[in-house]
Design a binder for this molecule. Structure first.
Ligand SMILES: [Fe+2]
Ligand SMILES: [Fe+2]
Length: 241
């Protein structure tokens, strides 16, 4: 079995790693395989800001084939409208929990909606976790690797461990990398520490937290993972195989 190399690029985040890129509350990243197939995971809140960052990173928005939306919060789905303005051929993967109003908006723009319930292959080696149930239902992405998988989360509202263990089941291998919004920004310090230590015990050896992880969570992750910690922000790239 061969394992394609995937590159994940952050396009929308609360922070940026380059002065010419724009930070804003929200999340979006692009997952690209080694054959140039591109999937967008979330779209941030502002379409113009998302498109500006893509342009500055040299990414042609018309080459995105699929969009996976983690959950229906404005800071993850707002940018989709701009992306669809001139395109009707992008497949958009949503969850059963998405509202009728949202679906109508997308269908009115001739968007091609697909509903994901269970774990589903999006590209060879790239899966949706399926709908993980929680206070707010959510899907994440999981990239299968040679030995371990990479999990990418939008906000992880159903809980970090639940999202990561679902990702591991769908990938059929342990999760070794965690990236994205980890939603630790509203938790007490002890709770954040215990959630991060649990990830470490599950075998996560690389972590790239951003968006709603919060500064305390990011600082603790840097202390716990040391060289396995990756500083995030718009423009950051992570390779996985
Ligand atoms: Fe969010
Ligand atoms: Fe959210």
């Amino acid at each position: 079995m061969s394992f394609p190399l995937f590159t994940v690029t952050i396009l929308y985040d609360n922070r940026t790693i380059q002065d010419d890129l724009l930070p804003s509350h929200g999340f979006s990243c692009m997952v690209e395989n080694d054959r140039g197939k591109k999937v967008l995971f979330d779209t941030g809140e502002s379409g113009p800001l998302l498109l500006a960052n893509m342009q500055r990173l040299g990414i042609d928005a018309s080459t995105i084939e699929k969009v996976v939306l983690s959950h229906e919060h404005y800071d993850h789905v707002g940018g989709l409208i701009s992306l669809l303005a001139n395109r009707i051929d992008i497949e958009i993967f949503i969850l059963p929990s998405f509202s009728t109003a949202f679906r109508k908006k997308i269908l009115d723009l001739n968007g091609d909606l697909k509903e994901v319930s269970e774990g589903m292959e999006i590209l060879p080696g790239l899966f949706s976790t399926g709908e993980v149930v929680g206070a707010i239902n959510e899907q994440g992405l999981v990239v299968v690797g040679k030995e371990k998988a990479l999990f990418i989360g939008g906000c992880c509202h159903p809980g970090l461990e639940r999202m990561v263990s679902t990702a591991s089941q769908v990938a059929g291998q342990p999760v070794g990398g965690v990236m994205g919004g980890l939603h630790l920004c509203q938790s007490e310090d002890e709770e954040i520490e215990s959630q991060l230590q649990n990830l470490k015990k599950l075998g996560v050896d690389r972590i790239a937290p951003c968006h709603c992880t919060g500064f305390t969570g990011m600082d603790m992750a840097r202390d716990i993972w040391d060289s396995g910690y990756f500083t995030t922000g718009v423009g950051m790239k992570l390779e996985w195989e």
